[in-house]
Design a protein around this ligand. Structure first.
Ligand SMILES: NC(=O)c1ccc[n+]([C@@H]2O[C@H](COP(=O)([O-])OP(=O)(O)OC[C@H]3O[C@@H](n4cnc5c(N)ncnc54)[C@H](O)[C@@H]3O)[C@@H](O)[C@H]2O)c1
Length: 439
C-alpha cells in the first residue's frame, strides 16, 4: 500500500490535478491514455481484484511480480514458463499461484482476467494473438513484435477485439515524461525543431549460460530470430517519446549498424546510428553503443527556446546560455583574454553544454546532481502501467493510444534495422501505415 501511495497514487493525483487546472482538459486531450488514471477511477473498482496470469517469468516477468504484489487491485493466480529455473524462481515469489509450462493451458483457465506476457520478442505476437483470442485482457512487454507483418496482425486483432491490450510503453506513465511532454505540447518552449536520443552502455549484454544448448534461449537478445537488437530493446522506448511529442511519424530512415566491439558470435549490432526524417525536415538523431557509456541515456527534445531531457527530468533554457555566454565574454574582456569584444573566434565557446543550467520538470522529489536527475531511477512508470492494466482487467476499459504508440515505435525500430541491414534509405511502407499515424 505504501508503494501505491508513493508511486501509483502520486501519478494519479498529478493526472487528476492536471484535469482540474485551467486548460487541463486540453492537456489531457494530448495524453488521453491517462484519463482513466485518476484516484476516483481507481476508487470505482472498490475492492475488486484483477486475476492475473504471467507468461514468461524471467527477469522482467519477476520484476512485474514484485510490482503486482504491491498493487491492491491485482492477484497473481497463474505463472507459466518453459524454463524450469525461471518458473521455480517466480513460484517462490508467489507460492499460491498455479504453474504451467505450456502457455495454452494458462490461457484456457476461466479464472484468469488478464495475461501479462514477458517472453522474448520473437514470441510476443503469437502469444498476444492467442491471448486475445482466448478472451483475455492482455499486457505484453515491448517491443510489439519481431516483424512488421506480426505488428500489423496484432494491431488488426486488437482493433477487432473488445479486450484491453497494453504494451509496456512505461514512459507514457512516467510522471516526469508526462509533465515534460505536457510542457512541450503547451508551446512554452517554442517549436520542436529536432530530437536527439541516445543510449550508451559498456557491457556485453550477455547472461551466464549453465549449459551450451541453452545459449540461444538465455541470450535470445543477441540472435535475430528472437530479437531486433538494440533498436527494439532500447530505442523502442525513446522513439515512442519522440513521435508522441510531435504527433507525427518520420517518412524515412537511414543509418549504420555494426558489430564494433562484441564480436562474440552475436547476430545483432552493438552499435547503431540512425536518422529518422520527417516530411517537414525535422529529424530524430538516434545513437546507441554498448562498448562505451560516457554519454549515458538521454531523450532530448530540442525546442526553439529550450532543450528538454525527459530521461533526466530536466530542461535547459536557451536564454540561460546567452546570459552565461555574455557573462563569460565580459569576464574574458575584464581579465585581458580579449582586449575588445570579438565578433567571432575559436577561443570563445559559449555553446558548451555545461554552461546550461538544469531546471527541474517536476518541482517535488527532485534531486539534481550536476544535472543528473535522480527521478525515475527507481520508478520509471512500469508499475503504474501495470496498475492501469489491472484496472482495465476489472473495468474492461481500453487504454487509448497505447497500442497505437507501440505500433509506431516498433515499426520505426524494425524499419531502422532494415535500413541498416540493407545500407539504404527506407521509406515508411504504405501497407504498414495505420489511421493513427500522421506523416
Ligand atoms: N519495458 C522494459 O523496460 C523492459 C525491460 C526489460 C525487458 N523487457 C522486455 O521483457 C521481455 C522479457 O525480457 P527478459 O529480460 O525478462 O527476458 P528473460 O530471458 O529473462 O525472460 C524471458 C522468459 O520467457 C520464457 N519463455 C520464452 N518462451 C516462452 C514460451 N513460449 N512460453 C513460456 N515462457 C517462455 C523464457 O524461458 C524466460 O524465462 C522482452 O520482450 C524484453 O524486451 C522490457
Amino acid at each position: 500500500m505504501e508503494k501505491q501511495q508513493g508511486v501509483d497514487l502520486s501519478l494519479r493525483k498529478f493526472i487528476k490535478d492536471l484535469g482540474c487546472i485551467a486548460g487541463g482538459t486540453a492537456l489531457l486531450a494530448t495524453t488521453p491514455w491517462l484519463k482513466s488514471c485518476t484516484p476516483e477511477k481507481l476508487a470505482e473498482i472498490k475492492k475488486e481484484k484483477a486475476r492475473i496470469g504471467i507468461i514468461g517469468t524471467g527477469s522482467r516477468g519477476q520484476y512485474h511480480i514484485v510490482n503486482l504484489l504491491q498493487i491492491p487491485h491485482a492477484k497473481i493466480v497463474a505463472l507459466c514458463d518453459n524454463y524450469d529455473v525461471n518458473l521455480e524462481a517466480a513460484h517462490a515469489m508467489v507460492p499460491d499461484a498455479r504453474t504451467y509450462t505450456d502457455y495454452h493451458e494458462l490461457l484456457d483457465c476461466p479464472d484468469i482476467d488478464g495475461v501479462i506476457i514477458a517472453t522474448p520478442l520473437g514470441a510476443h505476437a503469437q502469444i498476444t494473438l492467442d491471448s486475445l483470442a482466448a478472451g483475455k485482457h492482455t499486457f505484453c512487454e515491448k517491443a510489439m513484435a519481431r516483424t512488421l507483418d506480426e505488428c500489423k496482425a496484432v494491431y488488426d486483432a486488437y482493433t477487432q477485439s473488445d479486450r484491453a491490450l497494453y504494451f509496456c510503453m512505461q514512459r507514457m506513465y512516467d510522471e516526469k515524461y508526462v509533465r515534460g511532454m505536457q510542457m512541450i505540447t503547451s508551446g512554452q518552449f517554442g517549436e520542436v525543431v529536432g530530437m536527439r536520443c541516445h543510449w550508451f552502455r559498456n557491457a556485453d549484454w550477455r547472461r551466464p549460460v549453465p549449459s551450451p544448448e541453452l545459449e540461444r534461449k538465455i541470450n535470445w537478445r543477441l540472435y535475430k530470430e528472437y530479437s531486433g537488437g538494440l533498436m527494439t530493446e532500447l530505442a523502442s522506448h525513446q522513439l515512442e517519446v519522440c513521435t508522441l511529442v510531435v504527433h507525427k511519424m518520420p517518412v524515412e530512415v537511414c543509418g549504420y549498424g555494426d558489430i564494433v566491439y562484441w564480436k562474440d558470435g552475436r547476430e545483432v549490432y552493438d552499435s547503431c546510428n540512425c536518422v529518422f526524417h520527417f516530411a517537414d525536415g525535422r529529424k530524430i538523431n538516434y545513437e546507441t553503443l554498448i562498448s562505451n557509456k560516457f554519454n549515458g541515456m538521454e531523450d532530448q527534445i530540442l525546442c526553439k527556446n529550450a532543450t528538454i531531457d525527459l530521461a533526466k527530468g530536466v530542461y535547459y533554457l536557451e536564454e540561460d546560455n546567452m546570459i552565461f555566454g555574455v557573462r563569460q565574454l565580459l569576464d574574458q574582456v575584464r581579465t585581458g583574454v580579449f582586449a575588445a569584444v570579438p565578433t567571432a573566434g575559436p577561443s570563445w565557446r559559449p555553446e558548451l553544454k555545461s554552461e546550461y543550467v538544469p531546471h527541474a520538470i517536476l518541482d517535488k522529489r527532485y534531486d539534481v546532481n550536476q544535472g543528473q536527475s535522480m527521478i525515475g531511477v527507481v520508478n520509471d512508470g512500469s508499475d503504474v502501467i501495470v496498475s492501469a492494466f489491472c484496472q482495465s482487467c476489472i473495468t474492461g476499459e481500453k487504454a487509448e493510444n497505447v497500442v497505437e504508440e507501440a505500433y509506431c515505435a516498433t515499426t520505426l525500430c524494425l524499419l531502422a534495422n532494415q535500413a541498416m541491414d540493407e545500407h539504404r534509405i527506407v521509406t515508411f511502407p504504405d501497407e504498414y501505415k495505420i489511421p493513427y499515424m500522421n506523416f
